[in-house]
Design a binder for this molecule. Structure first.
Ligand code: HEM
Length: 139
């Protein structure tokens, strides 16, 4: 069961970028089921990584898995709303540095490889996520 969070205004703008148009990108990620597998695998790898374990110690993983799946599906053009918080509010007290940001991206690349997502499509998603670094990295 998810833990309650402080009230916030729900908006797709909280996803931090505008989605791809058309159905091609979502198809390249094997649809919402592929996205779910990629997010679960990325988070499994991240939580198990001794370089990141401490960061996720207090995290409601059930909520993170749900909202990250929504966010990625939304950005890939799926007809779904992102119901999570914005990237700046979410990460402001996490103390994440650039090295840790890059490690999580590497885990996501491995997860996308495992799902069989072509590099061209992987890079298109990563290019959309990259500018969020300024809201995620605080030290
Ligand atoms: C562009 C990259 C990233 C995206 C798109 C992203 C996305 C998200 C989302 C959607 C949430 C949940 C929002 C909510 O609860 O409403 C979240 C929370 C969180 N993220 Fe990220 N994240 C990114 C990078 C990172 C990195 C690099 C780390 C650590 C290495 C990280 C650690 C966390 C933690 C610990 C939480 C839970 C915060 C809490 O417990 O309140 N994130 N992230």
């Amino acid at each position: 069961e998810e833990k309650p969070v402080d009230p916030y205004t729900q908006s797709n703008a909280n996803a931090g970028a505008t989605p791809f148009t058309g159905e091609q990108m979502l198809a390249a990620f094997r649809g919402r089921e592929g996205v779910a597998r990629i997010v679960d695998d990325t988070l499994d790898r991240s939580v198990a990584d001794p370089r990141l374990t401490d960061i996720f110690r207090a995290t409601d993983m059930e909520r993170l898995r749900r909202t990250l799946k929504e966010q990625v599906a939304y950005l890939l053009g799926a007809p779904v709303d992102y119901t999570g918080r914005d990237m700046k509010t979410t990460h402001k007290d996490q103390g994440i540095n650039t090295a840790e940001f890059n490690i999580l991206v590497e885990h996501m690349q491995l997860a996308m490889d495992k799902e069989g997502v072509a590099y061209r499509h992987q890079n298109q998603l990563l290019a959309k996520l990259a500018p969020m670094k300024r809201d995620v990295v605080t030290r």
